[in-house]
Design a protein around this ligand. Structure first.
Ligand code: AMP
Length: 114
């Protein structure tokens, strides 16, 4: 999508502090970290949020690849305990409307209060 920030990062048009990349998935550090370790995992394909998985097997596999990448990178970065979050919709705090999973760790995380 031409006006999507994370599509531009995935295409290499905007720089990011990349951790991992393959044909389908990209991981990079969040520009405004909320924890000592805070990175984002995105599909390269533009999906606005998790609701766009929509029963499509290709999209489901892509989302699973993202989650596998979250777990693999958390392990590589030495996180024994961490949180994976995906905000869906502005009221949930979503500000970039390209599916992404936050991985946060490196400190004690509070309970999710809502
Ligand atoms: P969300 O609010 O759940 O949509 O998360 C979007 C995240 O993207 C926020 O945590 C931002 O700090 C992060 N972010 C925005 N722009 C960039 C960027 N250029 N590089 C890395 N992270 C970014």
């Amino acid at each position: 999508m031409s006006d999507c920030l994370f599509c531009k990062i995935a295409a290499g048009e905007i720089p990011a502090n990349k951790i991992y990349e393959d044909d389908n998935v990209l991981a990079f550090y969040d520009i405004a970290p909320q924890a000592p370790v805070h990175f984002l995992v995105i599909p390269k394909k533009h999906l606005a949020d998790l609701s766009e998985i929509a029963g499509d097997i290709g999209n489901t596999v892509t989302a699973a690849n993202c989650l596998e990448t979250c777990a693999d990178l958390a392990k590589q970065l030495g996180l024994g305990s961490y949180r994976v979050v995906s905000n869906i919709g502005a009221e949930a705090g979503q500000s970039v409307f390209h599916l992404h999973f936050h991985v946060l760790g490196g400190r004690e995380l509070g309970r999710i209060a809502g």
